[in-house]
Design a protein around this ligand. Structure first.
Ligand SMILES: [Zn+2]
Length: 70
């Protein structure tokens, strides 16, 4: 169990189209030929996932680190 990194992001994301607060959900992201599951804010109304590139790449980098540490 190493889920103790820094704590959850408290940023509230809102869908630009629906003005609905986005809820964190698991989304599959492909990066360099590998699929990663990251938690991203998703609109419950239109299903749009907010892919913040910096956040996504950050999480992928963390996932890669975990893979390399094995
Ligand atoms: Zn929406």
């Amino acid at each position: 169990m190493s889920e103790t990194d820094r704590g959850p992001e408290e940023t509230e994301w809102v869908c630009g189209r629906c003005s609905v607060t986005l809820t964190p959900a698991k989304v599959q992201v492909s990066y360099l030929g590998s699929a990663f599951t990251v938690v991203l804010p998703v609109c419950t109304k239109c299903g749009m996932a907010l892919v913040d590139e910096d956040v996504a790449l950050n999480k992928i980098a963390q996932a890669e680190k975990v893979l390399e540490d094995k």
